[in-house]
Ligand binder design. Structure first.
Ligand SMILES: C[S@@+](CC[C@H](N)C(=O)[O-])C[C@H]1O[C@@H](n2cnc3c(N)ncnc32)[C@H](O)[C@@H]1O
Length: 475
C-alpha cells in the first residue's frame, strides 16, 4: 500500500527478487519473491493498476492499513477466527479516543493521554494507537502475530508524524516473533517490555494506559481447531487465579486479568501512579453474568469505573451476530469494598457511515461541536440493573408444544394439531399438539396448532388473556 501508486514500476533486486518502486521513484518496497513463471503477469498487473488514495475523503494509505485484518481473513480464515483477529474500525478508534479526552480528561482538566504510556498488547495493525494523531505521545504496541507486527512498523514508518513522535514495537520485528500476552506471568511479560525499552534508552516512568480491543474468542469448543492454528497455548496460572477456569475460556477476560496483574506490579513499584484501562469488550462481564461475578469482585477491588459507551458489534467489527460492544474506562485505584455499577451511553444506533464523514484532523472545538449532538441523543443505560428472566418471574418451566408419539398414534398420518394441509404433518417426526386438542397455540410462523391442557394448567378460557376456541371438524 505504501509504495503502489499510479507511477509504480516493478524492479529486479540483485537477488533476483522483485520490488515495487513507487511515488515517482521515491519509495521502494521490501523484496518480494515471485516464481519466475509469474513474473511477467505480476509485473503487468502491478504496473497497470494502482491503489487509489484520496486524503480529502479519508481513503488514505493509513486507511488501507487499518483494514489489513480483511487481507488475513482472505488468506487464512481459520487462523483469523482462532486468534480473534478483527480490527477496530478506524473511525471508531478515533471516536473512542475523542470520547476519552472529552468525557474523561475533560473532567480532570490538567491531564491528557500524553501523560501516560499508552500500551496496546494486542495491537493488530495498530488501529487504536495510530489513530489519535497528536494526542498519544508515548506509545507501545505488541502483538502475537509477527506479520502484524511488521504491518504496524510499515504503517508507522510511512507516516512522518509517528516517526517524529516515536513509537515502540515489541518484540522487534527482526526477530520475526510475536509476544503472547497470556502465557506468562506479569513480571516476565513486563521484564521483556522493559528490556526493549532500555535498549532505546526509554523507561517506564509514567502510568500505563492500556488501550485495547482484545480477541473475543471463547476457547470452549473443538480443541483440534486451535492446535492447528497455534492457538492452544496455556493461559498462565496467575491469570486463571483471578478468573477461575470457566471464565478463563473467554480470552478477553484473561486479557483483563493480566492487565490487573501488570497494573498491580506497576503500582507496587511506584505507589503514586494510577494506571488506566480503556477497553472494548462484550458486555457479559459488565452486567455481570453469574460466570463472571467472582472475577468482577476481584477486579472491582482494584479498578474504579469511570465512563463508557456501547455500539453495535457488526456495524464496526467484522463479527458475526448483532450484539452490544462496550468501550469502558477504568482507573486503577484499589479499594477492597468497591462494587462498581456500570452505566454506559447507548450508541447502538451509531453507524460506521456516520463516523466516516468526520475530518478527525479538524480542530478540537470543531470536532466537539460535531460530535456533541451524537452524545446528547444517547441514553444512559445501567448494565448492572437486576433483571429477571421470564422463567424466574413466572416460576414455571418453558412450555413445549412438541411431545413423544404414543403407541396408538404410530403409523397414522395425522398426529399433530396443525391445519390439515400443513406440510409438517409429513415432514416432522415428532408430533406437535394433538389432532383433537381443544386449545389453540401458535407456531413461530403464526400457524395455529391444536393443544391440550398441560401440567401447569396454563391454557385457559379466562377472558383476561388471549385465547381461541377451535371448532373441531371431521375431515
Ligand atoms: C480484536 S483484534 C484487535 C486488534 C487491534 N487492537 C484493533 O483494535 O484493531 C485482537 C488482536 O489480538 C491478537 N492476539 C490474540 N491473542 C493474543 C495473545 N495471546 N497475545 C497477544 N496478542 C494476541 C490478535 O492477533 C489480534 O490482532
Amino acid at each position: 500500500m505504501a509504495y503502489w501508486d499510479v507511477t509504480s514500476k516493478i524492479i529486479e533486486t540483485p537477488n533476483n527478487e522483485l520490488a515495487v518502486l513507487g511515488f515517482k521513484g521515491k519509495k521502494i518496497s521490501d523484496p518480494i519473491h515471485v516464481a519466475s513463471k509469474h513474473v511477467k503477469a505480476f509485473t503487468h498487473f502491478v504496473e497497470t493498476h494502482y491503489v487509489f488514495t484520496n486524503e480529502g475523503s479519508g481513503l488514505t494509505v493509513d486507511y488501507y492499513f487499518s483494514r489489513f485484518d480483511e487481507v488475513l481473513a482472505a488468506l487464512d480464515p481459520e487462523y483469523v477466527r482462532q486468534h480473534g483477529i478483527f480490527f477496530t474500525d478506524d473511525n471508531l478508534s478515533k471516536f473512542a479516543l475523542w470520547f476519552v479526552e472529552r468525557y474523561f480528561f475533560g473532567r480532570h482538566t490538567e491531564e491528557s493521554l500524553n501523560d501516560y504510556i499508552v500500551f496496546d498488547p494486542a495491537g493488530g495493525s495498530g488501529n487504536l494507537v495510530t489513530s489519535w494523531r497528536g494526542h498519544l505521545r508515548h506509545k507501545i504496541v505488541s502483538e502475537l502475530q509477527p506479520d502484524l507486527l511488521k504491518v504496524i512498523e510499515k504503517r508507522m514508518r510511512q507516516d512522518p508524524y509517528h516517526i517524529e513522535t516515536g513509537f515502540t514495537i515489541i518484540p522487534k520485528t527482526v526477530t520475526n516473533q510475536g509476544l503472547n500476552f497470556l502465557d506468562r506471568a506479569a513480571d516476565d511479560y513486563m521484564n521483556e517490555i522493559e528490556r526493549v525499552l532500555a535498549e532505546k534508552s526509554l523507561r517506564m516512568d509514567k502510568p500505563l494506559a492500556f488501550l485495547l480491543n482484545p480477541p473475543y474468542k471463547s476457547t470452549d469448543e473443538n480443541e483440534d481447531n486451535r492446535t492447528d492454528k497455534a492457538a492452544n497455548y496455556g493461559v498462565h496460572a496467575s491469570i486463571t487465579a483471578h478468573t477461575g477456569e470457566d471464565a478463563a475460556k473467554e480470552r478477553y477476560l484473561t486479557f483483563v486479568a493480566q492487565i490487573l496483574n501488570i497494573c498491580q506490579r506497576q503500582v507496587h513499584q511506584s505507589p503514586d501512579l494510577q494506571p488506566l484501562l480503556l477497553i472494548f469488550t462484550p458486555t457479559s462481564w459488565l452486567i455481570p453474568r453469574p460466570t463472571y461475578a467472582g472475577f468482577r469482585r476481584i477486579f472491582d477491588a482494584h479498578f474504579q469505573y469511570e465512563d463508557g459507551f456501547v455500539v453495535t458489534s457488526n456495524e464496526f467489527f467484522k463479527l458475526q451476530g448483532r450484539w452490544p460492544v462496550a468501550f469502558t474506562l477504568w482507573r486503577y485505584k484499589p479499594d477492597p469494598d468497591r462494587q462498581n455499577h456500570v452505566t454506559v451511553r447507548d450508541l447502538t444506533n451509531l453507524t460506521a457511515r456516520q463516523l466516516f464523514r468526520f475530518d478527525w484532523n479538524a480542530p478540537a472545538e470543531l470536532l466537539d461541536g460535531l460530535l456533541e449532538p451524537v452524545m446528547e441523543k444517547a441514553q444512559v443505560v445501567n448494565l448492572g440493573r437486576e433483571r429477571q428472566t421470564v422463567r424466574e418471574l413466572s416460576n414455571q418451566p418453558r412450555y413445549n408444544s412438541y411431545r413423544n408419539l404414543t403407541k396408538q398414534e404410530s403409523g397414522q398420518t395425522f398426529v399433530s394439531g396443525f391445519p390439515k394441509d400443513d406440510s409438517r404433518h409429513k415432514k416432522l417426526k415428532v408430533p406437535y399438539g394433538f389432532v383433537d386438542g381443544t386449545f389453540i397455540g401458535f407456531m413461530d410462523d403464526n400457524t395455529p396448532v391444536r393443544l391440550k391442557q398441560e401440567v401447569n394448567n396454563r391454557h385457559s378460557e379466562f377472558p383476561n388473556r388471549v385465547w381461541f376456541s377451535p371448532r373441531l371438524q371431521k375431515h
